[in-house]
Design a protein around this ligand. Sequence first.
Ligand SMILES: Nc1ncnc2c1ncn2[C@@H]1O[C@H](COP(=O)(O)OP(=O)(O)O[C@H]2O[C@H](CO)[C@@H](O)[C@H](O)[C@H]2O)[C@@H](O)[C@H]1O
Length: 490
Amino acid sequence: MHIVMISAELAPVAKVGGLADVVFGLSRELEIRGNAVEIILPKYDCMWYDEIWGLHKIWENLWVPWYGSGVNCSVWFGFVHGRKCFFIEPHSPDNFFDRGSFYGFHDDPLRFAFFCKAAMEFMHKGNKRPDIIHCHDWQTGLIPVLLFEIYERLGMNRQRVVYTIHNFKHQGITGEAVLWATGLCRPEYYFHHDRLRDNFNNTAINLMKGGIVYSNYVNTVSPHHSWEARFTDQGYGLGQTLAIHHYKFGGILNGVDYDVWNPETDRFIPSHYNVWNVESKYGNKDALRERLWLRKEFKPIVAYVGRLDAQKGVHLIQHALFYTLERGGQFVMLGAGGDRGINNHFWHLKHYLNENADCHLEIGFNEQLAHLIYAGADICIVPSLFEPCGLAQLIAMRYGSVPVVRAVGGLVDTVFDRDNSDKLPEDRNGYVFKDADFKGLESALSRALGLWFGYPKEFRRLITNALSFDSSWAQSGQRYIEVYDHIRCK
Ligand SMILES: Nc1ncnc2c1ncn2[C@@H]1O[C@H](COP(=O)(O)OP(=O)(O)O[C@H]2O[C@H](CO)[C@@H](O)[C@H](O)[C@H]2O)[C@@H](O)[C@H]1O
């Protein structure tokens, strides 16, 4: 099959969070299984250009209709760790993708609406006719709308769309300008409740809703979260839309890329290991302490790696820090976020704890350090308020760090409590808590720390169970292929 992925992120060149990892990992898995995969991305100025091989311009003067006129674009091609990627570069005074960061601008909906329009125009004029167009999150919600309302009539009538939702919280709710800009020039038609009109704001359109309504198949990234999105407030107002389209909605669990995240070969960690020689993991604990100037003592390291966003349970991350210190452990955090208030809060905390040799807060994005933390930590916390899938717990387990997680979304599908689970003992791989408060967190973290201090052999067994958990793309890659095969035009 020929599959075109359209995404705002791709690891490692344009990564803000888990979306980037998934687009890379899934594309690779699909290729391994014999499919032809191409990825279309914006050409941001802030990408990691040294991770793109053979970047060159393949198209000059791609004219993309925009409002009454158009924007002239160049298209570039290059390989990102073997993946075939096209990068769209608009030449317009709006400077859509030359702003030093990926998101966070008042015109984000317009920027990514332009990206959608340009991607469609590129496929149309470049004669690309994939079997499947796979798009992701609100940024690409307009793709199926444009395909079925405009480009189908221009010859793209055999293409089918899969739309994967990684985060319901960000939906791209915006005004009608986006419609005029992209050539969807009948606002009264698109403002219909059955199409793009936001379920709560009559005067706004919702790009994610458009993606759901128009795609041939829609999924979120774990079975449990697909249930939450429909039946709890975690659908952020789209539950009703999902109910209408339930026959084409499901949950497919994320995997992690076993090449990128592999403690046996990882180029960012000094001491390699696997389930048969777990002792070597501790070389990384030493290296992590050295790198972050942590005291070298007989203590467990508890870590948090992730975006600093309300979604991630910020108050619980902070509480885990103080609780760990109080219990005689060490705490490491690596995080960055779009929210200035949350960022400032952690900067204050960092200054406050500056002299403490048992903790380190690193604020910023640092891929290499993330690898070392996953390998060097004993315990990783994921105390999210909601979590569509969560990669942090999967990567932590892949590196034999015991996950302590809240029972939401994909965390429910992947982490099974050591003491309270209906799983076999060898399948229990971490600790789980329910309530998003201090007591809830402590109920799990205290057991993890207690086991580390009091029962090292048992803790070691938990590490082995975590290391044995299968979080590869194999099964989920197969699931996506089945979906593609089911909907594609034969
Ligand atoms: N400061 C930093 N430095 C280095 N690396 C950092 C970092 N902050 C985060 N990362 C990395 O980014 C990824 C985060 O993935 P997650 O799945 O945990 O969260 P995210 O909320 O971004 O993704 C959304 O999409 C994914 C993919 O579908 C879902 O799993 C998830 O539930 C959903 O919220 C991990 O690879 C992590 O190591």
